[in-house]
Design a protein around this ligand. Structure first.
Ligand code: C5P
Length: 399
C-alpha cells in the first residue's frame, strides 16, 4: 500500500529518536521512498549518517548547509512528501508547530507544506500533560493534523506514565492505514455555491436575503475533508471561508453567480447549489443614490435566471444537488424542483422551524431522491448535515 509513496520523516531531539531508525527502515522495506530531516538536537541522539545508510537518501539538518544542493530545501522537501511524519515530536516542536515558528529546516518545511502531517509526540509525562503542551496539541488537531497518542509505560527519565513513543511497528501501521484510506473524493472536483446574492437598487442600497453562508461553507469544508478539490462561489456571507479551497470566488448578484458557475461547470463532477439566489433583480438600478421624495417608491423587478435549472439542462455526468428553503408544503415544492431542475437529490427544509434555516448553526432537513425516497433528519449542526450531504454525493459519484 505504501509502495512508491514519498514519506518525509522529521526527527526532533528526543531520546526515542533511536526508535525512528527502525521506522525508517520498515517503511523503506515496504517500498516507500523515505527522506529524513532532523533538528540539530536530534543529531545528538542519532547520527544523520545512520538515517542516510537506512534510507539511501541525504539527510537534511541545517537550513543553509548540507541541504544547499537540494534547491530551496524546505520547499523541495515539502513538495516531495505525500505524508510528513514527525517522530519523536518534542514539546518544543509542538509549541513551534502550533504557533508557526520556523527557526530551523524542519519547522520551516512544516510551515511551507500543505501535505498531511502525522505527529508522534514523545516526552516525559509531566511535559506531555502540561496545559501548554495540551493546548498546542488542541491547536494542531483543530488544523487537521493527526496526532499519534503516546503510549503509557516506562520512560527514559526513569519515571513511568504517558509519553512513550509507540513501537515502530505501530507507527508504521498508522502510516500504512493513512495510505490505505485514501479519501473517497480524491481526484473529484466539486463546485459549491453559498450565501445570498444581493441585487443593487442604487450604489448604496440592495435587495438581499437572510442567508448566512454557514450551510454552504460547511458543505465546502466537508467535501474537502473527503479529499475533493472545492471551488466555492459565494454571495454575501457572515462566515470566513475554510482553508484549503481550490478557489474562492466572491460574487454579489445572481447574474455574477451564474457567470462564475457556468465558467466552472464543464470541469466539475458535482455542483451543490446551497446559495440563496435572488429570484428577481431591479430592472434599472439607479447610477446615483435615490433621493427621498415621493411617499411611494416603486421598484420594477425582473426575473433572474434560475442557475440550477440551467445546469439541469446542460448536465452530462455531473451530480446536481439543490436546496429548497420553504415556509410551507415543503415536500411537495421540493419534489417539484427536483424534477423541474433535473437534480440528483434535493435538500429541503422549513426555514421557519426553530433550529433550522437562516442565521442559526443547526438545521432540520429532508433529502429527497429521484425515486421518491425521502430521508428525514432530526435537528443537527450544519456541519453534521453537510457531512450527510457529502456522504450521499460520494455514493452517487462513486457507485
Ligand atoms: O426555485 P428555488 O429558488 O426555490 O430553488 C432553490 C434552489 O435553486 C437552490 O438550490 C438555489 O441555489 C437554486 N437557485 C438557482 N437560481 C435561482 C434561484 C435558485 O440556482 N435564480
Amino acid at each position: 500500500m505504501i509502495d512508491k509513496k514519498n514519506i518525509l520523516i522529521g526527527v526532533t531531539g528526543g531520546i526515542a529518536a533511536y526508535k525512528v531508525v527502525e521506522v525508517a527502515s520498515r517503511l523503506k522495506k515496504s517500498g516507500a521512498n523515505v527522506r529524513v530531516m532532523m533538528t540539530l538536537a536530534a543529531t545528538e541522539f542519532v547520527s544523520p549518517r545512520t538515517f542516510e545508510e537506512i534510507t539511501g537518501n541525504a539527510v537534511f539538518v541545517e537550513m543553509f548547509g548540507d541541504a544547499a544542493h537540494f534547491h530551496v530545501a524546505h520547499v523541495a522537501l515539502a513538495d516531495f512528501a505525500d505524508l510528513i511524519l514527525i517522530a519523536p515530536a518534542t514539546a518544543n516542536f509542538l509549541a513551534k508547530a502550533a504557533h508557526g515558528i520556523a527557526d530551523d529546516l524542519l519547522t520551516t518545511t512544516i510551515l511551507a507544506s500543505d501535505k498531511p502531517l502525522l505527529i508522534a509526540p514523545s516526552m516525559n509525562t509531566k511535559m506531555f500533560m502540561n496545559s501548554a503542551t495540551q493546548d498546542n496539541l488542541k491547536v494542531l488537531k483543530a488544523r487537521g493534523v493527526k496526532i499519534l497518542e503516546p503510549a503509557v509505560g516506562e520512560l527514559a527519565c526513569g519515571t513511568s506514565g504517558k509519553g512513550r513513543l509507540p513501537e515502530p511497528v505501530e507507527i508504521c501501521a498508522v502510516v500504512e492505514k493513512f495510505f490505505a484510506s485514501e479519501p473517497i473524493l480524491s481526484g473529484k472536483r466539486i463546485l459549491v455555491t453559498a450565501g445570498g446574492t444581493i441585487e443593487a437598487i442604487d450604489p448604496v442600497r440592495y435587495i438581499g436575503n437572510r442567508s448566512s453562508g454557514r450551510m454552504g461553507y460547511e458543505i465546502a469544508k466537508s467535501a474537502m475533508n473527503s479529499g475533493a478539490e472545492v471551488v466555492l462561489v459565494s454571495g454575501k456571507s457572515e462566515v470566513e471561508p475554510p482553508d484549503g479551497l481550490k478557489a474562492f470566488i466572491k460574487v454579489e448578484s445572481a447574474l455574477q453567480m451564474r457567470d462564475e458557475v457556468l465558467k466552472h461547470f464543464e470541469t466539475v463532477d458535482c455542483v451543490i447549489m446551497s446559495a440563496a439566489v435572488a429570484d428577481y433583480r431591479v430592472k434599472n438600478p439607479s447610477a446615483q443614490k435615490i433621493k427621498k421624495s415621493d411617499e411611494i417608491l416603486t421598484l420594477e423587478l425582473v426575473k433572474n435566471p434560475d442557475i440550477l435549472r440551467e445546469l439541469g439542462t446542460l448536465k452530462k455526468s455531473q451530480v446536481l444537488v439543490g436546496f429548497a428553503a420553504e415556509t410551507q408544503n415543503i415536500l411537495e415544492y421540493a419534489n417539484k424542483k427536483l424534477a423541474e431542475k433535473n437534480l440528483d437529490f434535493i435538500v429541503a427544509n422549513d426555514v421557519t422551524a426553530e433550529g433550522a434555516g437562516f442565521g442559526v448553526s443547526t438545521n432540520i432537513a429532508s433529502i429527497i431522491w429521484r425515486n421518491g425516497t425521502v430521508e428525514s433528519f432530526s435537528k443537527m449542526s450544519k456541519a453534521d448535515l453537510a457531512e450527510k450531504i457529502i456522504e450521499r454525493v460520494e455514493k452517487t459519484l462513486c457507485h
